[in-house]
Design a protein around this ligand. Sequence first.
Ligand SMILES: [Zn+2]
Length: 311
Amino acid sequence: MIRQTILKRLRLAACLLPLAVMSVATPAHAWTRTPHAVVGWIAEAELKKDNPAVWQKVKALLGDGELYDEAVAKWADDVRTSYPNLAHSVRIPVLGTVPLASDPACIADSPQTICADKAIAQYSAILHDASGHSAAERLDALKFILHLVGDLHQPLHGTEPGGAQTKVIIPGGILNVDAGGNAIATDIHSVWDYAIVKRHLGNDGTANTLGWELWGNTSLNPPVGGTARDWAVESRDLAKKYIFLDPVTPSSNDAYKVAACGGRTGIVCPSTAKVLPADYETRNYYLVSYRLKQAGLRLADVLVNALTTTI
Ligand SMILES: [Zn+2]
């Protein structure tokens, strides 16, 4: 009896801990709610404009929801503990060679893990199979696809390491001031998940604000197409070019880069935070906006492919 009670408490603690951490700091797992919702906003706008019949099928699954509802777009993060083998990333070594897309596992030492690229394919098949799956199963598939397409476009979701253990200080940075106004370190992953978008949006900005801004910006035309694995490789290449130092090939923007460490690299991260230039967040906004729009346009394409005809 006592043992059962302890087990129950442990399970409860395991469930509550991530929520407790998330409530005081930005989760180091994914774009935060607003960027995920922006991806949904752009996809929804595209479908309504170009594929209203597909949009109606999406809407039939969503009911009262919208693809840009933060609760819908972020749902996959909220249920992570129920899907422990589903990774919201593809871990491609940032300093090594890119493995073949046909490699059985995206994380070599964790063969049971289903990485985001393969998960998108699996959930697309469920969404497509209207006769073989319930509406509830297909709604969950839709929400996973919405979320994971977004995650794969965050550069640090295509890379190993993912930067969660790399401490940085950006003078005046969004995540570098505590409630008392004191300077604190954050990690580079959270800067890319949250701070760059937040810096641009300010306190009043919403997914709706940013959705209109990106969708209406006709000079922002990222290419679409490719496979989900291709999108992960793009993220890895962007991280290599703009986020991590390459010890072999120094570049002119090295002041804006951090050393690759932590994760599965075997390299211990420095205990002291790296100080990045004060304009780090604004300087990297263009790349974030480009990837968010690209994710939204590609999400629309994934849904068109899955839902134009169903089986
Ligand atoms: Zn995620």
